[in-house]
Design a protein around this ligand. Structure first.
Ligand SMILES: [Zn+2]
Length: 286
């Protein structure tokens, strides 16, 4: 099995980067090691790539670490496996990516939202990485943490700037993301009642547990949420499912990846002035 390298930056691929050949087909990036399957207490991970861009080393995993054999639900979920690796690697800055549906009627496909808050509607995801590790018999301390600033303001600002430069028509520096269990999409009534009436702007499936596992391991997290479709029943009902997804991905995966490459250049992995790493503390109860 591969040994987990010491790396301070991670990029978690999603539906907006899958199939785009990132990072190995991009000349700005040199591959240090590829096809790395790491052993974790939850089982083997999906393949990671260990790469370098403009002097910055980073770990990349496709599609949130989900494979045909690794689900995003408990037990032994993709999130637990991926974040065990990021914790052991000493990762401090994490860029997330995802496609999402709109629930705010002002949003259109190809808009980018860099969320500053979230509502977790999932029901089968792990909630604390250290609890999962204790359940596996590891002697680790639990952390409590605050989520008053769930995403990193400075990493988010970097993503806003880079997404604008990469040519997305509109980039929003705030928005509330609702996280659905999935994998099915929502009905019009669910969009209307469960999401839109709560002030939620976009709906996705993979922001959780990344956002709070990052806090638990003391890392900053921010995500590029790319609107791929209107929420059902909101604007345009003539949405063609998989065909639309594929052509959308072909058009917008390139600027998504350009944004990530530009952001990698700008990130200072040792900068803790945002405060994110100070919002957790070792639990006195457990
Ligand atoms: Zn931060």
């Amino acid at each position: 099995m591969a040994e987990i390298p010491k790396v301070k930056i991670a990029v978690l691929g999603g539906s907006s980067t899958i199939g785009a050949g990132f990072p190995r087909e991009f000349e700005e990036i040199s591959i240090i090691n590829d096809e790395l399957f790491f052993e974790t207490p939850f089982g083997l991970t999906a393949p990671f790539t260990y790469a370098k861009s403009d002097g910055k080393e980073f770990l990349y995993v496709d599609f949130h670490g989900i494979t045909k054999n690794i689900r995003n639900t408990e037990p032994d979920s993709s999130g637990e496996r991926v974040f065990y690796v990021l914790w052991r690697a000493g990762v401090k800055k994490i860029i997330g990516t995802a496609l999402c549906g709109s629930t705010n009627r002002l949003l259109d496909p190809a808009d980018v939202v860099i969320p500053d808050d979230f509502v977790d509607f999932t029901t089968k995801r792990p909630q604390m990485l250290m609890v999962s590790l204790q359940d596996k018999g590891l002697d680790v301390a639990r952390y409590s943490y605050r989520l008053h600033q769930p995403t990193c303001p400075s990493l988010s600002e970097t993503l806003v700037k880079c997404c604008k430069k990469a040519g997305f028509p509109r980039v929003f520096r705030r928005g509330i993301v609702g996280v659905a269990e999935g994998p099915r999409l929502e009905s019009p009534a669910e969009i209307r009642l469960r999401w839109q009436n709560l002030g939620i702007d976009i709906v996705t499936m993979n922001f959780v547990p990344e956002v709070f596992f990052a806090r638990e391991i003391g890392a900053c997290y921010a995500a590029i949420e790319l609107v791929s479709n209107y929420g059902e029943g909101l604007i345009d009902p003539r949405w063609e499912g998989s065909t639309a997804f594929r052509s959308f991905q072909r058009k917008w995966s390139k600027p998504t990846i350009e944004s990530i490459i530009m952001a990698l250049k700008e990130i200072d992995a040792d900068d803790e002035s945002c405060g994110c790493s100070s919002y957790r503390w070792q639990s006195i109860l457990l």
